[in-house]
Design a protein around this ligand. Structure first.
Ligand code: UDP
Ligand code: MG
Length: 309
């Protein structure tokens, strides 16, 4: 039987969400009637989720387990899902039921109308701290402004993509990944569907501030040279100031004004320039480090147990 829908859920310590996730996805997809599979990618869980996934897969062949050798991160888990998916429509969904499985059918409707990427836009968000909402909002808008790709705002990874799109994404082997950006970059016919993002069913977020920050840096560096351009701007800016300052100082000194005498002025100028240089070096380092990672060409992820078939 040809699989029509592949539902991919990355799992990192989601033991209390797994049974409910399975139940709701099954309910929705069975009601739809077309053949489907649920790919559970275990991203190095340590709370027994791995055993739970195996147990579900044992009982029901529609569940396909991909078990990582360690934690490789959410984005990489999604990528592994793409690699193992066999369906014509590939859906990425969070395991914590913040993305209601019922919305999949709405996405599928648009897909049947001929759209190749149907992304789910977070209209409302329940049960999230103001800090998360605020940082997320800034994040989406910043990315939208400075990257060269128009990545839709308020949109996470929850989306349905046509087989054609996923085949292209599978060829994009970049290491520091930002799937939402990648799926905007490829083009194709895209559309958004607004939904209400629920609160977590159980457990706590696996995205502490540090990880969110990393993701933001990945998003920016993967899709723009903006930080490098900022460094260039600051270079020109400080060079410009010093060129302007030279005649001003000469004139003031000739007029007998002592405003620019003394160590403090020198110290400030040196510190400012030193700061600008170090920051620029750091930005350059981010890009060089990424180049180095790409050059090593290590596998993106290591799978301990593969699904059958
Ligand atoms: N996740 C993962 N690996 C990680 C972190 C998270 O596979 O290193 C999964 C997690 O299990 C969940 C999804 O990514 O299914 C989204 O994570 P979470 O709900 O914690 O993020 P939030 O919704 O708080 O942004
Ligand atoms: Mg979540």
């Amino acid at each position: 039987m040809k699989i029509m829908y592949s539902i991919i859920a990355p799992i990192y310590n989601e033991i209390d969400n797994l049974p409910e996730l399975y139940r709701r996805v099954k309910e929705v997809m069975d009601s739809n009637g077309e053949p489907w599979e649920l790919i559970l990618v275990d991203d190095g869980s340590m709370d027994g989720s791995t055993e739970k996934i195996r147990e579900l897969a044992q009982k029901d062949k529609t569940v396909r387990p991909v078990i990582f050798a360690r934690n490789f991160g959410h984005q990489v888990a999604i990528t592994a899902g793409w690699d193992y998916a066999r369906g014509d429509a590939i859906v990425i969904i969070d395991a914590d039921l913040q993305d209601p499985p019922e919305v999949i059918l709405e996405l599928a409707k648009k897909w049947k109308e001929g759209y190749e990427v149907v992304y789910a836009v977070r209209g409302e968000r329940e049960g999230e701290s103001w800090f998360k909402l605020w940082t997320a909002s800034i994040f989406y808008r910043l990315i939208y402004r400075i990257t060269d790709v128009k990545i839709p705002v308020d949109t996470g990874d929850f989306r349905l993509m046509d087989r054609k799109v996923v085949n292209v994404l599978k060829r994009m082997k970049e290491r520091h990944r930002f799937p939402r950006g990648m799926s905007a970059w490829v083009g194709f016919k895209q559309i958004g569907v607004t939904y209400k993002r629920a609160a977590r069913h159980a457990g706590v977020t696996k995205y502490p501030f540090k990880k969110m920050f990393r993701l933001a840096i990945n998003a920016i560096t993967s899709f723009s040279y903006f930080p490098l351009q900022v460094a260039t701007f600051f270079g020109f800016f400080s060079a410009g100031i010093s060129i302007l300052a030279i005649p001003v100082v000469i004139v003031m000194r000739m007029a007998g004004n002592g405003a620019f005498f003394g160590q403090a002025t020198t110290l400030i100028a040196v510190l400012f320039l030193g700061g600008v240089q170090l920051i620029s070096l750091g930005i350059l380092g981010e890009y060089v480090g990424r180049l180095y990672d790409e050059a090593k060409g290590r596998p993106l992820y290591i799978v301990r147990d593969e699904p059958e078939g």
